[in-house]
Design a binder for this molecule. Structure first.
Ligand code: ADP
Ligand code: ADP
Ligand code: MG
Length: 669
């Protein structure tokens, strides 16, 4: 088909995605004067991307396979809404050649490369063969057709251990195993194949030399349908967990100018090999010196904003202009690099519980203002539900500054000023990561997070004087607000005309109890904590903020009260404190955790112990897949596995009992 038919001007754009990327695409499309159409599943009726689009079409039930991954439903939505073009975002159908072809066949512009280009680059093995021919440096490895055990074993031997076994069709770090010696190889291949078959319906494997202490470096490229191809500098995404990016920055702090030129030239050569059209990313691993091609992503990437901030180019605008059939508006030497940008991915997950995804209603969502080099790309707002059906990424916090150090400081401040309640997020973990001295010094590799996990997930700090005083201020202010007319003990001297009164507050934090006595009456209010005494005033501000003055020093704090649970953010960090109600009715500790329950809805993917087995505390019992992530449920104490109440393949609801462990001795041991 002639390119003029594939790429042409349009007025109405359908965005075949959800969450932050759908919102991101809508923002630029609207600014360009396009009419935008969102699609949504039944779980997303009230989602932000639906509210932000001009129109929205329901495409099916919550399960992605029946909605966001259904080519048929999406094309129907395009037809019914009069959309002439479709932007796929990332994830979902963004790298589906079948989808790109179906759009072309239906006369709809696919905002991306052609189906043929996706096919050529979509398989890691196929693209490596192409790159080999084009003279792009590759990681040494085997990417042939043969898949028998003997061939793979021989290839691994020849490459030399450690090697990386990788699914050719893989993505998102799945279907990948590091193998350190020949004896581990066969088992690693079997399990990688199983994961790849389940995730991608294709279990072909390739083998690569595992680059030691690797760094991830990638180059943004954009091509138009007139044969122009540009590189927009590189990003470094070395901070990863389980081969998935967590923090990304541009430019790479590891490369010098000559290395930068070389990697960008290699990327242009790689994309040039397929006369690439659209936005794409060429990914490399680096040993700190040389770079080796690993794969191409034929779509916009999660981390594209850092490139936008250092080049001043709106990549979605360029994608749309290329889809219009226009020429790229700049030449290579007009693209300049300015300053440094760094991005953190905010996920609904609990770093203290092996990054278990968290679902539920977002009760508080407060992000700092987007100014002074700070950008927030969010897919959620207060009141939204985080569904177990989709990816757990909520938003991205992105900072730009003239230097890397300043950009890191801004990012950290942006993360510190973000409060999300109702679900658990990785924000404190991200703060710990960006302030780690090794990150600042750039002495990292892709294994850094795994190695430093303990330092990056410290146990919550105990509340100090400021936090305890803030807790009292928050409670009293809430009471005042509830009973209009009651005046603050510290704002109105003489509120209690008959001498000084006092009130005792008890708080619990973990196993610790804290007592604070508030004394008020004539003169300034006082707080007593142990033997310490503070003169104390507080003035509530906007939006949960307080100004607290303790013995003359003022500090700004954030307080959210939900029943007896208090959330406080002070200069010392974040604190969750329980207020022990003096009038009883206080909740009790949970008992009887010998039943292993599904913490979230999911699919049972593996049973790891047999009924009757003797289990150590922490022994693996079974693995659930929840929101695309595998979660292993473990014995809460030493005991015997009395029963297993599920089988592999079962789809289980939250709270369903999956297994039962009988303790061998006292549970508290
Ligand atoms: P990137 O390098 O851009 O992060 P990934 O392969 O990790 O590339 O995927 C891009 C994003 O799309 C990730 O946030 C990933 O979790 C998300 N994603 C991938 N597949 C799906 C899917 N089926 N549903 C929802 N989100 C997905
Ligand atoms: P995906 O499609 O899942 O993104 P990639 O091939 O891009 O798969 O690999 C994901 C990550 O795994 C990379 O970002 C890199 O950190 C690591 N990785 C990939 N190949 C190698 C290799 N040969 N040696 C060391 N690390 C690698
Ligand atoms: Mg990759």
């Amino acid at each position: 088909m002639a390119s003029s038919a594939l790429y042409r001007r349009f007025r109405t754009l359908l965005i075949a995605n959800r969450g932050e990327i759908a919102c991101r695409v809508i923002r630029t499309a609207r600014a360009m004067g396009l009419r935008t159409v969102a699609v949504y599943s039944e779980a997303d009726r009230d989602a932000l991307h639906v509210a932000e689009a001009d129109e929205a079409v329901l495409i099916g039930p919550a399960r992605a396979r029946d909605s966001y991954l259904s080519i048929e439903r999406i094309l129907e939505a395009a037809k019914s809404s009069g959309a002439e073009a479709i932007h796929p975002g990332y994830g979902f159908l963004s790298e589906s050649a079948e989808f790109a072809q179906a759009c072309a066949d239906a006369g709809i512009v696919f905002v991306g490369p052609t189906a043929a280009m996706i096919t050529a680059m979509g398989s890691k093995s196929g693209s490596k063969m192409l790159m080999e021919k084009a003279g792009v440096p590759l990681v040494p490895g085997f990417h042939g057709e043969a898949q028998d055990e003997a061939t793979l074993a021989k290839a691994a031997d020849k490459i030399g251990f450690p090697v990386l076994v990788k699914a050719s069709a893989g993505g998102g770090g799945r279907g990948m195993r590091v193998v350190r010696s020949a004896v581990e190889l066969a088992a690693a291949i079997v399990s990688a194949k199983r994961e790849a078959k389940a995730a991608f319906g294709d279990d072909r494997m390739l083998i690569e030399k595992y680059v030691d202490n690797p760094r991830h470096i990638e180059v943004q490229i954009v091509g138009d349908s007139h044969g122009n191809l540009l590189s927009l500098f590189e990003r470094e995404c070395t901070l990863q967990r389980r081969h998935q990016k967590v923090i990304e920055e541009a430019p790479s702090p590891t490369l010098n100018a000559a290395q930068r030129d070389a990697v960008c030239a290699a990327a242009r050569k790689a994309a040039g090999a397929v006369n690439y059209v659209g936005a794409g990313t060429i990914e490399f691993v680096s040993d700190g010196k040389d770079v080796f091609f690993i794969e191409m992503n034929t779509r916009l990437q999660v981390e594209h904003p850092v490139t936008e901030l250092i080049t001043g180019i709106d990549l979605v605008e360029w994608q749309l202009r290329v889809a219009f059939g226009e020429k790229l508006p700049l030449t290579q030497d007009q693209i300049t690099l300015n300053g440094h940008a760094i991005e953190a991915r905010v996920y609904a997950e609990n770093p203290h519980k092996n990054f278990m995804p968290s679902v539920g209603k977002i009760r508080t969502w407060r992000t700092p203002e987007e100014s002074n080099g700070l950008r927030i790309d969010a897919g959620y707002r207060q009141g939204d539900a985080v569904s177990p059906n989709y990816d757990a990424m909520l938003a991205k916090v992105i900072a730009w500054a003239p230097t890397r150090d300043a950009a890191i400081d801004r990012l950290n401040r942006g993360l510190e000023d973000t409060d999300v309640r109702g679900i658990v997020t990785n924000i404190p973990f991200l703060s710990a990561l960006v302030t780690h001295p090794d990150v600042r010094a750039n002495t990292i590799d892709t294994g850094f997070i795994e190695r430093e996990l303990k330092t990056l997930t410290p146990p919550p700090a105990a509340p100090g004087d400021i936090e305890l005083c803030a807790a009292v201020a928050a409670i009293v202010s809430q009471e005042e607000a509830a009973q209009a007319g009651v005046k603050s003990p510290w704002q109105t001297a003489g509120w209690m005309p008959v001498g000084r009164r006092q009130r005792v507050f008890k708080f619990r934090h973990g196993a610790d109890e804290h007592k604070v006595t508030l004394q008020y009456g004539s003169g300034p209010a006082k707080l007593l904590i142990g033997h310490r005494e503070f003169a104390f005033t507080s003035s509530p501000g906007e939006d949960g903020h307080f100004d607290l003055t303790l013995d003359g020093s003022r500090s700004r704090i954030v307080a959210v009260i939900e029943g007896h649970e208090l959330y406080l953010r002070t200069r010392n960090g974040r604190f969750d404190i329980h207020w022990v109600d003096p009038f009883g009715g206080d909740d009790e500790e949970q008992v009887g955790e010998d039943k292993i329950m599904a913490p979230l809805p999911g699919t049972v993917v593996a049973l790891l112990a047999e009924e009757g087995a003797t289990l150590e505390k922490g022994a693996a019992i079974l693995t659930l897949e929840v929101m695309k992530m595998e979660q292993t449920l473990r014995a809460p104490f030493a005991g015997v596995l009395k029963s297993i109440k599920c089988k592999v393949g079962d789809i289980v609801q939250e709270g369903v009992e999956l297994a039962e462990v009988e303790p061998t001795e006292s549970k508290s041991a």
